[in-house]
Design a protein around this ligand. Structure first.
Ligand code: GLN
Length: 543
């Protein structure tokens, strides 16, 4: 928080809000544009937070299918949210809470339950004002404690679902000081057949915005290349903004370079001037350049990592890809992580794993593809290939060890085979009772105690770690002694729950019941991922 003593930020200036909407089509990278704007303001010394509005009816993303929506991101308080919140956490280096994700389902659920409780004293309950009031309340509460709050409205302007949110933001802007609000609209600028940048879609989507009472202050044009001067002028003229309020956001290879590009475009200066914050911002000398230094590091090496999972969609494992990238930034190594369908490995790896330097087995639910995961783990263990198992990947490492080292034929997780003679992964007895009452998942941050003298101890550089969880099943306590006698080390525990496993004789065989990928940041790589790359580098050095 830039106080008057460090950057001179004067809190009486009021909290600033940046509302980010999208036009023409979804999937434009609006979230990355919003998060990058936040990064630049954080570099300038401000405390930045974000709110993601998802206009769908789901209350949260917990039940959403990764095949369709990509990964379910887990917050420290156990909130299961859209993967966009992961981008905000990574770009802003903050920990968000469930309250930073506002969905239609959440808002309606709350308003309807208040109505049922008689809280509206017999009034007719309506979208305006009751739904819009609840949206405004949520945005204000989530922004508390920060200097700037970025509010991204998911979807595209014109979507029916988004209307109550846009109306709420219109009212919000009306209620606040004009200097405290900035509207950014991100649109697509396509090319015509003869290679001309076309502004008509942008004009139409701004027209749509204005018809609901919103005038953008900034327009960001997404296109493969930077916008031409002529394109900028046209957009400025027809959308009624100054030319210097039209910014280019061309495709870049690495999303972490988007803040650098927008800085070169002068976006941060424009925003600071709009808010009257130029005086409060960090001086050039104090400006935080850690981000730039980190994401522009030269790589000296490249490694190839197989991600053995069942979801083909790239976004299904986005936090793992990013965590590998962060470890790579720390170790100056480019990580080429590619997906291998676990189902294809069920009957042996057939040479598919021969050329990989390391294997990651991610989390997941349901039996599909699990035999392939077990096979990949066996291959990694027997051939000294560095292995990182996350959640289900950790559980399958226990299954593999039980089957192939302890000789417990048919050992499995009770989740995936209810008939298994050896349920080495099962619900804890106390959870079974809970389950009868519709037990829920173990979610969010929990403390793990780490055994001294282990690899986990070295990686986390301490005797505890706090990581995020999302699971129901655990290592069955009845099998722990046998597994440990056979050489598997449970180096991290949380009461009766096994949290970390490792194999001392292996270059890197490490599994976690938790999901370290959710706390990994470009500037603070996650220890198990850094250890994984170190394991890879060590084995490559041996060859
Ligand atoms: N399906 C397993 C469980 O519920 C693992 C969950 C996961 O990988 N996130 O315990």
């Amino acid at each position: 928080m830039p106080t008057e003593s460090d950057t001179g930020y004067d809190p009486s200036l009021g909290r600033k809000f940046i509302f980010v909407t999208g036009g023409v089509m979804s999937g434009l990278g609006k979230g990355i544009t919003a998060a990058s704007t936040g990064r630049l303001l954080a570099n300038a010394g401000f405390d930045v937070t974000a709110v993601k509005i998802d206009p769908y009816l789901n209350v949260d993303a917990g039940t959403m299918n990764p095949f369709q929506h990509g990964e379910v991101y887990v917050l420290k308080d156990g909130g299961e949210v859209d993967l966009d919140l992961g981008n905000y956490e990574r770009f802003l280096d903050i920990d968000m809470t469930f309250d930073h994700n506002v969905t239609t389902g959440k808002v309606y659920e709350h308003v309807i339950s208040k109505e049922r409780a008689g809280d509206y004293l017999g009034k007719t309950v309506q979208i305006i004002p009751h739904i819009t009031d609840d949206i405004k309340r949520r945005v204000r509460e989530a922004a508390e404690g920060s200097d700037v709050c970025i509010v991204e409205v998911g979807g595209t302007v014109g979507d029916i679902e988004g209307m109550p949110f846009l109306e709420a933001l219109r009212q919000f802007a009306h209620e606040e000081d004009e200097d405290d609000i900035l509207f950014t609209h991100v649109t697509l600028v396509p090319y015509s057949k003869n290679g001309e940048q076309k502004t008509k879609p942008t004009q139409h989507s701004v027209k749509e915005l204005r018809s609901i009472g919103l005038q953008p202050d900034i327009l960001v044009g997404r296109s493969p290349d930077p916008l031409d001067a002529e394109t900028r002028e046209k957009i400025a003229l027809f959308c009624d903004v100054p030319v210097d309020a039209v910014f280019s956001n061309p495709d870049v290879e690495d999303i972490y370079h988007v803040p650098l590009m927008l800085e070169e475009e002068g976006l941060d200066q424009f925003v600071l001037e709009h808010f009257g914050l130029t005086e409060s911002a960090a001086s050039e000398a104090e400006y935080d350049t850690t981000w730039r230094e980190t994401v522009t590091r030269e790589t000296e090496d490249e490694v190839s990592v197989a991600l053995v999972g069942k979801y083909g969609l790239e976004d299904a494992y986005i936090s793992i890809h990013e965590a590998l990238k962060h470890a790579g930034l720390k170790r100056h190594t480019a990580v080429d992580s590619h997906w291998i369908h676990s189902e294809q490995l069920a009957d042996g790896h057939d040479g598919r794993l021969d050329d990989v330097d390391g294997i990651v087995v991610p989390g997941g639910f349901g039996a599909r593809g699990t035999e392939g995961k077990v096979e990949a783990i066996r291959y990694a263990r027997e051939n000294n290939v560095p292995f990182l198992g996350l959640c289900l990947g950790f559980q399958m490492a226990v299954v593999e060890y039980a089957r192939n080292v302890l000789g417990l034929a048919g050992a499995h997780s009770a989740e995936l085979d209810s008939e298994t003679p050896h349920p080495v992964i099962d619900l804890l007895p106390e959870q079974k009772e809970l389950d009868d009452m519709g037990g829920t998942m173990r979610l969010g941050t929990h403390l793990t105690e780490i055994q001294e003298g282990t690899l986990a101890h070295e990686l986390y550089n301490g005797t505890t770690c706090e990581e995020r969880h999302r699971h129901r099943y655990e290592v069955n306590p009845d099998y722990i002694d046998d597994l440990e006698e056979a050489g598997l080390v449970f180096s991290g525990t949380s009461g009766r729950r096994m949290e970390i496993l490792e194999l001392p004789e292996h270059p890197y065989f490490f599994g976690t019941q938790f999901h370290p990928e959710f706390r990994s940041r470009p500037t603070r790589a996650s220890p198990p991922f850094v250890g994984f790359l170190d394991g890879i580098n060590a084995t490559r050095g041996d060859n």
